[in-house]
Ligand binder design. Structure first.
Ligand SMILES: Nc1ncnc2c1ncn2[C@@H]1O[C@H](COP(=O)(O)OP(=O)(O)OP(=O)(O)O)[C@@H](O)[C@H]1O
Ligand SMILES: [Mg+2]
Length: 330
């Protein structure tokens, strides 16, 4: 059974049309990531699913039930917000139990669920502490704990790691993946971070300006982007785009991923190196091909210096072509 089905969902604030004909499905147990540029409607879409905003039109179906008129607390959903806003006057236990008390759950049930969630999240030693006495990562785990104890059918995460530093993000990312396995619940996760998107998702939904651009597994989107926007959005460093006439004739755009460029004395792309990033395992070479910036990701270490003239080649089967409107040409 599908956990969530959205059918032609639209949302306008006054005359601002924010969500445009969104249609998508989340399967039972699936981890779905929403990505897209700032302002494309990711948070609004989560809020519409949660019932914190009404859809202007379209249908929202959760676990087989149409929920457009069902209030948020009855949708079987728990949401973890970017600004996780713990209650400062309640300790960790108090933060985790508040919603359950409001639901008038029996005391034994509350205790059991808090014990289970705090064990999963390594919060057992912190139950009596107040939010001001916790690190950022611990606070984030409490926010997730508040969601877990409600035992929702569907979790909604809105950029939950954006307040954490890089190392903590990576740890918490792995914890969230483990949590997903342990809970066996459906999750929708919004992020700007494409490493998070690629590593966590069973399925990625790429949004742009309130519309779905493409839906697929991370590798489907990476290997088979439907258009130039998706091609450029997923992958880091991002795909290089060059005008076709640079390589011959035509008005289309050629796309080549940085890892698909290699050094070759008779390669078709004459480049002047403008910057080198030596990462140890890889070397990123940022160069100019005529007026166009190109990034090549070379495996291993290379003695390449700024200002150097190089030639790059790529194999034809690694090149993508896009028409002037940005649609992929096969
Ligand atoms: N209550 C509101 N009234 C009017 N416009 C709104 C309202 N809420 C959001 N918007 C507009 O809707 C658009 C989408 O906003 P939303 O917060 O969903 O974007 P987002 O994809 O989550 O962006 P970010 O990545 O920056 O969090 C924006 O243009 C925003 O200004
Ligand atoms: Mg947002």
């Amino acid at each position: 059974m599908t956990a969530l089905t959205l059918t032609n969902v639209n949302k306008s604030f006054g005359n601002v049309h924010v969500l445009k004909d969104i249609t998508l499905e989340v399967e039972e147990g699936e981890f779905v990531v929403f990505v897209g540029p700032s302002g494309c409607g990711k948070s609004t879409l989560l809020r519409v699913i949660a019932g914190l905003e009404d859809a202007s039109s379209g249908e929202i179906n959760i676990g087989g039930q149409q929920v457009n008129l069902v209030p948020p607390s009855k949708r079987g959903i728990a949401m973890v917000f970017q600004s996780y806003a713990l209650y400062p006057h309640l300790n960790v236990r108090g933060n985790m139990t508040l919603a359950l008390k409001q639901e008038k759950q029996p005391k034994a049930v509350i205790e059991e669920r808090v014990a289970k969630a705090s064990r999963m999240l390594n919060l057992e030693d912190y139950l009596d502490r107040y939010p001001s006495e916790l690190s950022g990562g611990q606070r984030q785990r409490v926010a997730i704990g508040r969601a877990i104890v409600r035992e929702p059918k569907l979790f909604l995460f809105d950029e939950p790691l954006s307040n954490l530093d890089a190392a903590l993000r990576m740890n918490t990312r792995i914890e969230i993946a483990n949590l997903h396995r342990a809970l066996d619940a459906s999750m929708i996760y919004v992020t700007h971070d494409q490493t998070e998107a690629m590593t966590l998702a069973d399925k990625i939904v790429v949004l742009r300006d309130g519309r779905v651009e493409q839906i697929g597994t991370p590798m489907e989107l990476y290997n088979n982007p439907a258009n130039q926007f998706v091609a450029g959005f997923l992958g880091s460093p991002s795909m290089n785009f060059l005008p076709e006439d640079l390589l011959g004739d035509g008005e289309n755009t050629i796309g080549i991923r940085p890892e698909d460029l290699f050094l070759s004395d008779d390669g078709p792309l004459a480049a002047q190196v403008s910057h080198v990033e030596k990462l140890g395992g890889d070397t990123n070479v940022i160069a100019k091909v005529q007026d166009h910036a190109v990034t090549a990701r070379l495996f291993g270490q290379h003695a390449i210096a700024e200002g150097q003239e190089l030639r790059f080649a790529f194999s034809a089967d690694k090149a993508y072509r896009f028409d002037p409107a940005g649609q992929r040409l096969r």
